[in-house]
Design a protein around this ligand. Sequence first.
Ligand SMILES: Cc1ncc(COP(=O)(O)O)c(C=O)c1O
Length: 385
Amino acid sequence: MPAYLDHNATTRADARVVEAMLPFLSGPYANPSSQHRYGRAARDAVETARAQVAALAGADPGQAIFTSGGTEANNLAVKGIAARHPRERLLYSAVEHPCVLEPMKALAAHGHAVEAVAVDGQGRVDLAAFEAQLARGRVALVSCMIANNETGVIQDLARIAALAHAAGAVVHADAVQAAGKIPLSFPESGAQLMSLSSHKIYGPKGVGALVADRALDLEPLLHGGGQERGLRGGTENVAGIVGFGAAAELARLELEARTAHVLRLRERLEAALRRIPGIRVFGAGAPRLPNTVQFAVPPVHSATLLGLLDKKGYAVSSGSACASGTDEPSHVLLAMGVAEDIALCAIRVSLGKDNTEAEADGFAGCLRELLASLGAAMPSVALNA
Ligand SMILES: Cc1ncc(COP(=O)(O)O)c(C=O)c1O
């Protein structure tokens, strides 16, 4: 039974989202900055979406800046603060998405002081190490994701933000994976910057937002016609923004039902997985997103298993979509102290609102069969079969 189980990579746009977008692809086409009635109609649609996106994050509409996605939102947060504080340090958790890690590397190449903060074996920020780093002073920014895209592990952001604020640092939270899966509250999170992405919440690709405290001084990435409070020049992607707004509204209204559904499937799936001898589930001792489970059945390499699962119609991944396709072990798992040969066996299943019990059971059954056919040792699998 084929099943798409890769929702942390991306989601299918909800039919209601597509319906909301369609008129803006084929009908009203005015520029939202135009002063005539057609421009005002486009502006109204953008502002409605802004309120919907802000509401998902528990933020004020005036705090949301539309971007081309989570990657741009993270780049704007990190580089936007770094440009204003060239001589201060920038800290980030070692398990951040590449779209935080790479800007940090680029900044380091331009002379900025950047430092990774270690995580423990469950993938949570090592608070003692973090405090020691803060104590060395002059920290402009702490960038820490709310939930990890590979393991689903959720950080104690409130505690991290409290420590960062006491040291005078601004906090950026990448909420791309958390949004639509767990409740978000921008004011209570302690973050002054929060990144969101539409395509992870059943919206269109290529649109996202940075929620930003209005008192923050940020350097834009794109200078242009003054759109988005001067923080992101360029004519707005109206249809995309409308779709993002509709997706955010649905994610907020359906959050509880979606969470309960994917959690039930995840628990069922994980119970089945745990019967596989030698399996390791990563981050299982920490709070995790309700839809995610990352595991390994060493010595079976992810590349082998992903290929076989794909042939059977199961779409899963080894971890982040960006890192898959390479033979590099996940930086997230390595940061958690997982040995390289085990990290190379990682498989991530990320469930979505439309997955069914039959799909979860089908995946677990298929995995067991494949492992048995590989003779993945496991005499007990053979005995049980
Ligand atoms: C945690 C996290 N941050 C940021 C991004 C990037 O978002 P986008 O694909 O919208 O650029 C992703 C996407 O995989 C992600 O998982």
